[in-house]
Write a protein that binds this ligand. Sequence first.
Ligand SMILES: CC(C)(COP(=O)(O)OP(=O)(O)OC[C@H]1O[C@@H](n2cnc3c(N)ncnc32)[C@H](O)[C@@H]1OP(=O)(O)O)[C@@H](O)C(=O)NCCC(=O)NCCS
Length: 185
Amino acid sequence: MKIETERLVLRPIRESDGKNICEQLSNLNVSKWLLVINYPYTLNDYKVFLKQSQKKWREKEKTGYTFGIELKSEKKVIGSIGLQRIDKRQGTATTSYWLGEKYWKKGYGTEAYNAILDLAFNKLKLRRVEAEVYLKNPASEKLQKKFGAKIEGIKRKARLCAADGKIKNTKIFGTLKEEYKPLKK
Ligand SMILES: CC(C)(COP(=O)(O)OP(=O)(O)OC[C@H]1O[C@@H](n2cnc3c(N)ncnc32)[C@H](O)[C@@H]1OP(=O)(O)O)[C@@H](O)C(=O)NCCC(=O)NCCS
């Protein structure tokens, strides 16, 4: 499956993306905001991620979609975004995303997340998408709120961050189909 937006292509990751993804993810400014990304991030870590992702793509009843975010102008994967824990019967899923630091603040996160919410609400007909964001992550909070997400609570000492080994509090953001604000075309 491939989703095309103005400047991006969301597509399954490949073995050949490994070196580039390792470079982008071996940066604590990125991975300190993520859950299971080791620091430094090695090709072996990537191989595990690739295998898990390929397994998900083979599922008949999909419980997750993980996309590499390819920047059309550079023909290069600059990050990753996904819908996870899809429960079609419940109508729910969770989401996560990251971009390499040099690609921040150019609207790529907005563009990619808009495509993921379109997949969740319009194609998969889900009711709710949840994001768990470490406290004091202004970029991710802004992205969530831009699309109509509401803060639903704080989970104290909820997660152990693999990159820096710290225990972190998280904020739960919920976006409901009826409240979601898609990007205007
Ligand atoms: C979260 C992330 C994907 C956002 O991507 P991005 O391409 O930089 O986001 P955008 O350029 O689309 O910006 C979205 C909004 O957030 C704002 N924003 C971006 N970075 C910001 C920052 N550091 N502080 C405050 N606001 C910020 C932008 O101004 C924009 O708001 P606007 O449309 O009102 O101007 C990116 O910052 C990232 O990869 N961070 C590290 C990993 C991470 O935190 N992942 C999420 C884990 S929950």
